[in-house]
Design a protein around this ligand. Structure first.
Ligand SMILES: Nc1ncnc2c1ncn2[C@@H]1O[C@H](COP(=O)(O)OP(=O)(O)OP(=O)(O)O)[C@@H](O)[C@H]1O
Ligand SMILES: [Mg+2]
Length: 759
């Protein structure tokens, strides 16, 4: 190969993966971070536009030792291209432009050479040259048009915007910076550089050429913006969450992972250790389960208090507490802690509470119970925290058998001890109505929007063989927490509304629900499961066969103090904006994700018009247990916050219904009233008591409404109203404040929102 004219330049061939052609390309030493086996040596020579300081040490033979060069940019991101080392040494250091295939084949060799020189120039020098130029050189009209397009693309480039983050040019500021850079460039532009860019056209290569010049420009022009953004990013740093709990880190904790499917005795065994301990805490996913453990443990003679978002029942002389996971204290010392349903760490909304409990609990022994999906990530966390991990694996007590016959589409085929699972409130009442109309069975119902007390009452009614209520109709709320004597789980459908569209129920959820059948201690020798329709059976079998999905990330959410620190960096923003900015800018390790906060934002937006709330007040109000899809409940929350902001004692401002529900809209009304009272109790526990002085009254009303709900369900023989008719009715009555009843209302995520609440 003939020698190129610029001997002191090194050009590398880049094999462009998109086309099979070799492209002529040059690389600046600043951008070349290769996996060389002799990294020291490679630092000794300069590439592109720089004379080689010690020519004897620069031997093309070095390059021959490596077949392949991966190129990374300044920030460690790989270029899409790969450098292939041709065996012939002269190919690397002495290129012949003429003889090489070049994508832009129409250009003359002189021009191409010129372009090569521009492309290979140090961007710092190019920037300085532009900056120091008194004015730009004249460009042809057609070239301007191309340049304008190139800069338009640059300003919109996701690639450039992402890269800019590494030098603390935030995504919000990037378009402004790109616009100013364009103005600067056009003012100072030189013909050769412009021509080179025009030859590239609006493409990623042009962006890659411009980007380092843009960086130099930004470093000089926007030092304050860069400094501020850097501070902001640093205050939204959620990396290394295990370091947030130095006291827990100072302890030598032993973590026991009780790992297995449903109904295998995980919680039972963990609770044995809990009860034996001098001082223990049980962390529950649901208020309902915390109440069950509270009753059970006290019943066995171990004094135990109860702590949920809504209730604080202190039992004198107790050293044990059953709480909802959000309420766990990371200040208290315990001998034994139990974190139940540990796989909920991966829950998109509430996962942070489990993560916090696992990382922060100050307990010598921590028992975590759950399926195997988070086992690997718990192993990883324990290796980071230095805790000892002991794994105990469990098998189901009773086999789970799939009934291939199904119900053949006919609810008349239900039997005593069956639980029919449906994924919307509407479906639940339709199924109940059909069963009670066409058979002699009576149905109990359980769904997420019912108060825990009512769900327990319905469970007790179903478990008791001495009454006529021998069938259960339930939503996925049945999947966790209740001890139910279920013979057979029948899936009414295996698809549900996810808030956006109808999707198949995830296999992990199918497993969890189906596993409810044949609980140890129940009178059935095995658990059975099947579907209503034959066509759903294959999917059921597929779900049960599938191994648990391995979770790769668990949830995190900032503490109030972290949000407050972040707020200091962007004054005058609303709480909702603050959350968004935090979400955009927070940094996380690979094992964590930021929990979803859309529901919090929705409350934050509603409370925006309430004057006089501090940031901390807003933060607390936003975590109140409210169904954001229920306008009546939202309205009450707004009223509570307004009274609180005016420093008035907050009234419940709601009457007590006189009798149980006679139709579906009265039932919905009872559900909403209970949720509002539950919210009041929660607020009373999370703010100073004197601000919410009617706690006792709210508690008494909530108990009364839970009873009314129980009575209503026992007598419920009405058709659920259609969404539309409900809406019209509501509009007549309350000016559109009717609660929209949507399919997902009974889904677990909804229930979880209500139970989050719990805390
Ligand atoms: N060793 C035991 N002796 C008596 N009863 C037991 C024993 N182990 C478990 N049980 C009972 O078996 C039932 C299921 O046990 P447990 O609730 O511990 O299962 P689990 O694996 O935690 O299930 P889930 O995944 O549903 O939470 C419970 O009613 C529990 O009281
Ligand atoms: Mg359990």
């Amino acid at each position: 190969m003939a020698r190129g004219p610029a001997r002191n330049l090194l050009y590398l061939y880049l094999n462009n993966n998109n086309s099979s052609k070799f492209r002529f390309f040059s690389v600046s030493s600043r951008f070349l971070h290769t996996h060389f086996t002799e990294p020291k040596k490679i630092q000794d020579f300069h590439i592109c536009g720089h004379p080689l300081p010690t020519p004897p040490r620069f031997s093309p033979l070095w390059f021959n030792q490596w077949k392949r060069f991966d190129l990374f940019n300044f920030y460690g991101h790989p270029f899409s291209t790969v450098v292939e080392n041709e065996d012939n040494e002269s190919e690397l250091c002495n290129l012949d432009v003429e003889e090489n295939e070049c994508e832009n084949g129409t250009l003359g060799s002189e021009k191409r050479l010129n372009f090569v020189q521009i492309a290979s120039r140090d961007p710092v020098e190019i920037y300085k040259e532009l900056r120091d130029a008194s004015k730009g050189e004249k460009q042809a009209r057609a070239d301007w048009d191309v340049l304008i397009e190139i800069f338009r693309c640059f300003a919109k480039s996701g690639w450039a915007s992402n890269q800019a983050l590494a030098v603390y040019i935030g995504a919000a500021f990037f378009p402004t910076a790109a616009h100013k850079f364009r103005n600067f460039f056009f003012k100072k532009c030189k013909v050769d550089i412009a021509k080179y860019l025009v030859s590239l056209g609006p493409c990623i290569e042009a962006e890659k050429f411009l980007f380092p010049i843009f960086v130099e420009f930004c470093l000089e022009e926007f030092p304050d913006e860069i400094k501020n953004f850097r501070k902001m990013v640093e205050s939204a740093d959620l990396t290394k969450p295990h370091t947030w709990f130095p006291f827990a880190r100072a302890m030598k904790r032993k973590i026991i992972y009780h790992c297995g499917p449903t109904n295998s005795g995980k919680t039972y065994n963990a609770l044995q250790r809990f009860m034996e301990a001098k001082k223990g805490i049980y962390c529950s996913p649901l208020r309902l389960l915390a109440m069950e453990v509270f009753d059970k443990v006290n019943g066995l003679g171990v004094y135990c208090s109860l702590l949920t978002g809504q209730e604080k029942k202190h039992v004198p002389f107790s050293n044990h507490v059953a709480c909802t996971v959000e309420m766990v204290s990371t200040d208290e010392m315990y001998d034994v802690a139990v974190i139940d349903e540990i796989q909920m760490m991966a829950d998109s909304h509430r996962g942070y509470a489990w993560t916090r409990a696992l990382l922060g609990l100050k307990a010598d022994e921590i028992h975590v119970c759950g399926d195997p999906s988070v086992l690997d990530i718990v192993r990883k966390i324990c290796s980071e925290t230095g805790d000892e991990l002991v794994e105990q694996h469990y098998e189901r007590f009773k086999p789970l058998v799939v009934e291939a016959k199904t119900l053949l589409g006919d609810l008349k085929n239900v039997r005593s001890g069956d639980c029919v699972v449906a994924f919307s409130r509407r479906e639940i009442f339709e199924v109940k109505l059909a069963i009670e109309k066409h058979t002699n069975h009576r149905c109990c119902v359980i769904y997420g929007a019912l108060p825990p007390e009512t769900r327990r009452q319905q469970a007790t009614l179903f478990n008791d063989p001495n009454n006529e209520f021998d069938v259960l109709v339930a939503s996925d709320a049945v999947g966790m927490g209740l001890n139910l004597n279920i013979r057979r789980i029948i899936f009414n459908t295996l698809s549900k509304y996810n808030g956006d569209k109808i999707v198949p129920v995830p296999s992990s959820q199918v497993k969890q629900i189906a596993g409810r059948a044949g609980r140890r201690g129940s009178r059935y020798p095995e658990g059975l499961t099947t579907t209503l329709q034959l066509e759903d059976l294959d999917y059921l079998i597929e779900c049960l066969k599938k191994p648990f999905d391995e979770v790769h990330k668990v949830g995190l959410f900032p503490f109030y103090e972290q949000v407050e620190l972040f707020a200091g960096q962007i004054p005058n923003s609303t709480f909702s904006e603050l959350l968004d900015r935090f979400g955009e800018n927070c940094r996380l390790d690979g094992s964590y994700f930021l929990c979803q906060y859309n529901h919090i934002k929705k409350i934050a937006n509603m409370l925006e018009k309430v004057q006089g709330l501090s940031l901390e007040d807003r933060f607390n109000f936003c975590f109140a247990p409210v169904n954001i899809r229920d306008p009546k409940a939202m309205y009450h929350l707004l009223k509570f916050a307004s009274s609180y902001a005016q420093e008035l004692p907050v009234n419940i401002a709601m009457g007590m219904p006189k009798c149980s529900a006679r139709n579906d809209s009265e039932l919905l009304d009872l559900e909403t009233r209970h949720q509002v009272l539950s919210m009041y109790m929660w607020l009373s526990n999370h703010f100073e008591n004197d601000k919410f002085p009617y706690f006792k009254k709210a508690e008494a009303m909530a108990t009364g409404i839970a009873e009314l709900l129980g009575e209503s369900l026992a007598n419920a023989r009405w058709k659920p109203e259609s969404r539309n008719s409900g809406k019209q009715k509501g509009q007549e009555k309350d000016g559109g404040n009717e609660r929209p009843r949507r399919r997902q209302e009974t889904s677990l995520s909804h229930q979880q929102q209500l139970e989050k609440v719990a805390a």
